[in-house]
Write a protein of this length. Structure first.
Length: 75
């Protein structure tokens, strides 16, 4: 499954990465001081979600993330 992940800057200057697709069966966030750190945090959260599903014997649907930086956030 392909999902769109949006990276944008918040009012406090930090960056957030979140799933912007309606077809994802779960929500994941990444949050840090830079866009790259937010992306890395998002990918870490994805792996943690995958591990949680495995530990609880739930079916995990693998997702291919396509990252999109909100241009208004970096200008």
């Amino acid at each position: 499954m392909k999902v769109k992940v949006i990276i944008e800057r918040g009012n406090d200057g930090s960056y957030g990465a979140y799933i912007g697709s309606d077809n994802a069966p779960f929500g994941i966030l990444g949050d840090r001081k830079s866009a790259l750190e937010a992306k890395t945090d998002f990918l870490n959260s994805y792996e943690e979600m995958k591990a949680y599903y495995t530990e609880t014997d739930k079916k995990f649907i693998e997702c291919e993330s396509k990252f999109k930086v909100d241009k208004k956030s970096i200008s």
